[in-house]
Each structure stands twice: as structure tokens, then as C-alpha cells.
Design a protein around this ligand. Structure first.
Ligand SMILES: [Zn+2]
Length: 456
């Protein structure tokens, strides 16, 4: 018999279903890895193989992180890269990252995932684009399997080094034929196209300023022949736009279109400087965007036109981005920043109405699911994967805000979860990760971080 689990009597269950119902005194009945029933507690079964008493808690669909570089948790707050914009920041960090080892990839993936899971995130993408010293994407995938997070592993790549006019040093770029061959190997070995898949592969050249036009085009052909999604960075700041105009005589959106990088199976990180014509194309073709507000503020890249994107039907998800430009990986915190930053952007027009707490939560759940090309996560309703985050509202940070507990989650100090379920498995219980020891992980991670900072 498949195991059943009942989350009973949450103060509110935020469903993100078609009616956006918020159910008071709500329960969720789960069989195996799938949600079977959601509704008022008195209408659902009263018992199950396991019961979690959710009184005093709010339940939301697990948050979805659509952009990250998990290895960068090893180089958070590095003094040499604290105060530079994107290109300056990158050129200071590339030589450090060249010291990355397979062990570092595995440990940093788990550190980043632990931080995300404790903050309410249940699905994450990761964009690994640097493979020195025998590192491969297998090392992150194995780490994700161990910690139990739903994972879209993006096979990043860089092929145009400084000697060919690119930004990264020649020592960290790869041969293009080898990139495509390894990407195909990963798809064939790990990609699971079935519903409730715990691992999918994404084809993901790093950015227009670190790969060739050929690689962009051939990556798109490869991805589409296997029906896997595509991801890269685009229009991150004005230097990025200037590079595109100078090198390709096109805006970033025109270049993306020229290379076949638009469509419902593509999502681009940042798009801070996406122009109106680009927004129109993205909306019409349902090309997705990973909005990363903290990173955009940290690197002073600007404010992404998220309100305009949403109004133009562009699918928008949220991303914490790499930990060397955030430097936190708190997903609920990112939801809060997304809301606040759009309000700043519209200070002289829409004002605070530019983005509400519920709209920001929707971006981080339904929006993320759409961007990753999934219809089995992002909402709490029958038939969806059992990915659920529970927040205890009886904390000091929420005191006085229970007039509207759902809004309180976003407006108040970002909280960690009390419980989290991924694919029906309890991965956080009473605030603690159940799948590995976080104290040991921190110790190991810090040792590797010092080692990496010293090698270059
Ligand atoms: Zn990034």
C-alpha cells in the first residue's frame, strides 16, 4: 500500500489553484508523492499513516527557484568582488573559480540546496557553466539526489575566452564539440520527462558574451531534438547590451531571436535591460524570464521591468541567482525583494500597487513552474506533486500581522519553514533538515571555501 500523509488544519492553505483559493482551517491529503485532496479540514479524511498537525501554520506550494549558480556559495562576500558591476565582478572571480574541484561542486550544491529548502523552496534549477579539474554536472546531480531536492540541472558552458574577444580567461573555456557531446550524454543519462520527475536536464550556454553564435544555435537544435528546455543569461545590464550591439549589431532580444532562443521552452535570466520590443516578442512567444531582484541590486544592474512583462504575458519566475551576487539563497526573502523593488521602480506612477504580496508569491510558485515548463508543481490541488512548505505563524516576526497571514509571509521578516515536503517526503521537520546534517555540511563547506580562495 502506498503511504498516506495528512497535513491537518493549517490556519490557511494557499492553493494557487485556478480560483486562487485560500482555505481557512485547511487540510491536505497526500498519497505517495501526489496530492489527492485539498479542502476544509472537516471535509477531508481525519487520519492517515502520518499526520502533521498544522495548526498555527500557513501552507503554501513549495517555492520554485529558476536561477542559481550553487558553486558560488563558496565565494560569498569575497572582498575583491564586493563592489564591482557585472563584468568587473566576473573578471575578479573567474580565476578563483578555476580552482573548483568535484568535491567543491557536490558540497556547495548541498549547501545551496539546504539554504533554499529551509526557506520554503522545493524545486530549483542550477546553472553550472565552469568545469575545471574534472568537475562535471554529475557531481551536482548526485548531491541533489542525496539531499532530496527536485532539480533542473542546467548544463552551462563557456567557449569564447579572452583571446577571442570573450570575457572569461582562456583557461576556463571548453571546446564546443565537447560541450555538445557532454550535454547529450547528460540528457540521455539523467533527463526524466515523466510527470513528478525529480531531475531534468537543461541546455544552457552561459551568456552571449562567453559562447559563440554557433554554439547558441547548435545548443537550441540539440535541446529541441530531445525536447528539453533551454536557459541562458540575457540583457543583464547596460554593458551586456553594449556588448551585444557592438559584437552582433543587435539588441539582446534580437540576438536571442536570431539564434532560435525564444519560445515556451526557453527562459532567460535577468532581462533587466530588455527593451519594449523584446518584451513584446517574449510575451507573444511565451519566452520566460528568471527575475533575480537581490542580484540586480547587489550588482547595481538596474530594475527589471517585471510589471510590464506580466502585463505583456511574459512568463516570469523568481531566482536567487548565484551566491556570489546575492549572497543569500533565501527564496521567501527573494519574494519580498521582488515585491519591494517593483514598488521602487514605479515610485512615480503605480506606486505600491506595482506588485502585491500575493502577486509576488504567484510569481515564485505558478510563475516558476511555467518558466521551467511544468504543470505538476506550483499549486496545491489534486494531482499535483506533494511539494509543500509550512510556516509557523506564531513567531515574533509575525506578531501583530495575523490580520492577513498570507501577506504577512511576504511583508514581514523572511522566515524559515517549520516543515517542508518534496515529492511527498518530509525533508524539513520542526525547522530541521531531515536528509543531512547541516552542521557538518557547514564545516566542510567552510573548509573548502578557504581552500578555494587561497589557490589562485
Ligand atoms: Zn546568473
Amino acid at each position: 500500500m502506498t503511504k498516506t500523509l495528512l497535513i491537518r488544519n493549517a490556519d490557511i492553505v494557499v492553493t494557487m489553484d485556478d480560483q486562487r483559493r485560500e482555505i481557512a482551517q485547511g487540510s491536505i491529503f497526500i498519497r505517495g508523492n501526489v496530492i489527492e485532496q485539498v479542502g476544509p479540514g472537516n471535509e477531508l479524511p481525519q487520519t492517515a499513516d502520518e499526520v502533521i498537525d498544522a495548526s498555527g501554520h500557513v501552507a503554501i506550494p513549495g517555492l520554485i527557484n529558476t536561477h542559481h549558480h550553487m558553486y558560488q556559495t563558496l565565494t560569498r562576500a569575497l572582498p575583491a568582488a564586493q563592489d564591482g558591476e557585472l563584468f568587473h565582478w566576473l573578471t575578479n572571480l573567474y580565476p578563483v573559480w578555476a580552482g573548483l574541484t568535484p568535491e567543491m561542486v557536490g558540497v556547495s550544491t548541498q549547501t545551496a540546496m539546504a539554504e533554499l529548502m529551509l526557506s520554503g523552496c522545493t524545486t530549483s534549477s542550477d546553472h553550472l557553466y565552469i568545469y575545471p579539474n574534472g568537475c562535471t554536472l554529475d557531481h551536482s546531480i548526485e548531491a541533489a539526489q542525496e539531499i532530496g531536492m527536485r532539480f533542473h540541472a542546467a548544463r552551462g558552458s563557456m567557449s569564447v575566452g579572452q583571446s577571442k574577444g570573450g570575457l572569461p580567461p582562456d583557461s576556463v573555456v571548453e571546446d564546443e564539440a565537447a560541450i555538445l557531446k557532454d550535454t547529450q550524454r547528460l540528457i540521455e543519462r539523467y533527463h526524466d520527462a515523466q510527470p513528478y520527475a525529480m531531475q531534468r536536464i537543461v541546455v544552457a550556454p552561459c551568456s552571449p558574451f562567453s559562447v559563440s553564435r554557433d554554439l547558441m544555435r547548435e545548443s537550441a537544435v540539440l535541446a529541441r531534438s530531445f525536447k528539453v528546455s533551454m536557459h541562458t543569461h540575457l540583457a543583464e545590464n547596460t554593458n551586456d547590451v553594449a556588448y551585444s550591439r557592438e559584437k552582433f549589431n543587435m539588441t539582446p532580444a534580437q540576438y536571442a531571436e536570431d539564434c532560435g532562443w525564444i519560445g515556451h521552452d526557453v527562459w532567460h535570466a535577468h532581462c533587466v535591460q530588455l527593451d519594449d520590443a523584446g518584451i513584446e516578442v517574449f510575451g507573444r512567444t511565451r519566452t520566460g524570464v528568471a527575475h533575480c531582484p537581490c542580484s540586480n541590486m547587489r550588482l547595481a544592474s538596474g530594475i527589471a521591468p517585471v510589471r510590464k512583462m506580466l502585463d505583456s504575458q511574459v512568463p516570469v519566475g523568481l531566482g536567487v541567482d548565484g551566491s556570489a551576487s546575492n549572497d543569500g539563497g533565501h527564496m521567501l526573502g527573494e519574494v519580498r525583494q521582488a515585491m519591494l523593488l517593483q514598488r521602487v521602480a514605479h515610485w512615480d506612477s503605480l506606486g505600491p500597487a506595482a506588485l502585491s504580496a500575493r502577486q509576488a508569491l504567484e510569481i515564485a510558485t505558478l510563475g516558476g513552474a511555467q518558466v521551467l515548463g511544468r504543470d505538476d508543481i506550483g499549486a496545491l490541488k489534486p494531482g499535483m506533486a506533494a511539494d509543500i512548505a509550512l510556516f509557523d505563524m506564531r513567531q515574533i516576526g509575525f506578531a501583530g500581522a495575523l490580520h492577513d497571514p498570507v501577506a504577512a509571509l511576504v511583508f514581514c521578516t523572511p522566515s524559515n519553514v517549520a516543515y517542508s515536503l518534496i515529492n511527498g517526503r518530509v525533508v524539513v521537520r520542526e525547522g530541521r533538515l531531515t536528509t543531512l546534517d547541516t552542521a557538518l555540511l557547514c564545516e566542510r563547506h567552510n573548509r573548502l571555501a578557504y581552500e578555494l580562495a587561497q589557490v589562485h
